[in-house]
Structures are given as structure tokens and as C-alpha cells.
Design a protein around this ligand. Structure first.
Ligand SMILES: [Zn+2]
Ligand SMILES: [Zn+2]
Length: 171
């Protein structure tokens, strides 16, 4: 793979990770980069898609990722392009890149950020019938981008995301 690309600093051997159900692309890319000790720059370079990855991790999806870009990235990450596409908003759904939102009850079950929480049309979790949080209920810090959710807790006061379900109001 990539024999003629001159990427001698990139080890193509990849610790491939299984995506969680509903996982957002930002959360997934953060996990894969940490597992492989990669930077977004290196992944983008190896996939031949330039600097878009840092943007995607912030949910800056305009222009929307193309099929060619997704296939190139999926190849590097050793998952199917379709599975990667599922981490992006569905066609016709408007995204709200900010604030990052959370259902603590979902996170307690499956520790990941879900793409649908950033939909313009979504304000509560249908599964738990709870309003989504858009900041830490303990210290009011905004949530960091999901790519940085390594420890599953507030970056300021360290409250665990799964504990935050106790503060969510009924939807
Ligand atoms: Zn939920
Ligand atoms: Zn906090």
C-alpha cells in the first residue's frame, strides 16, 4: 500500500478499531489516532486527502466529504467506506457543530459521542427521553470536540460523562 507515495514516515500497519453504533466521525477519528499514535496531519497525508481530517473532527463538513475522500480514508483505517459514511450526518440533516452535546445515559451504555446529537433537529435523546446536555452540568464548561474525549469526563471539573445523566431533564 502506498509504495510509490514516498510516505516512509507512515507505518501502514493499522490498529483498526470497530466503530460504536451511532458513533460520530470526530469521536472515531480521535480513538483511531490515539490507538495508533497518529496525528491528523499524518493520516490525511497517507490517505492523500490533505488537511480535511482536522476539520472533520470539528464537524466542519462544508464542503461535505466526497466519496473519493471517504474511500481513501477508509482504506487507511481498514474499515468499509459505508461504515465510515455512517459516522457522518444523514443526507438532508443540518449539523450544529457547536455546542457539542451529550446524553450521559447513552454514554454510560456505550462510551461514545453520537453523530445525531449534533443534528439541528435533535434536542433530546429519544432512547432515554432526556434532554441533551450542551455543557457540563457541574461546572458549565463547554464539552470539547469528541475527538478529545479520551477519558470520558469534563475537561475542567473531571465529572464523568456517565454521571451527568443524573442532571438531565426529562424530554
Ligand atoms: Zn440517551
Ligand atoms: Zn465540569
Amino acid at each position: 500500500m502506498n509504495e510509490d507515495s514516498g510516505l516512509y514516515d507512515f507505518d501502514p500497519w493499522c490498529i483498526a478499531l470497530e466503530p460504536f453504533e451511532g458513533e460520530s466521525i470526530s469521536h472515531y477519528l480521535g480513538r483511531v489516532e490515539r490507538a495508533n499514535e497518529w496525528t491528523s496531519y499524518l493520516v490525511g497525508k497517507a490517505a492523500g486527502i490533505g488537511s480535511v481530517i482536522a476539520r472533520w473532527k470539528r464537524f466542519h463538513l462544508n464542503p461535505f466529504p466526497t466519496q473519493v475522500q471517504l474511500e481513501a480514508l477508509a482504506h487507511i483505517l481498514e474499515i468499509s467506506p459505508d461504515r465510515l459514511s455512517e459516522m457522518l450526518p444523514k443526507l438532508g440533516e443540518s449539523m450544529k457543530p457547536k455546542p457539542i452535546r451529550l446524553c450521559g445515559a447513552c454514554f454510560a451504555e456505550v462510551p461514545c459521542h453520537k453523530i445525531e446529537w449534533q443534528y439541528q433537529s435533535v434536542w433530546k435523546c429519544d432512547r432515554h427521553n432526556l434532554k441533551l446536555l450542551s455543557k457540563c452540568p457541574n461546572c458549565e464548561a463547554m464539552f470539547k470536540i469528541p475527538a478529545l474525549w479520551e477519558h470520558g469526563r469534563c475537561s475542567r471539573c473531571h465529572m464523568l460523562f456517565k454521571q451527568m445523566q443524573d442532571f438531565q431533564k426529562a424530554g
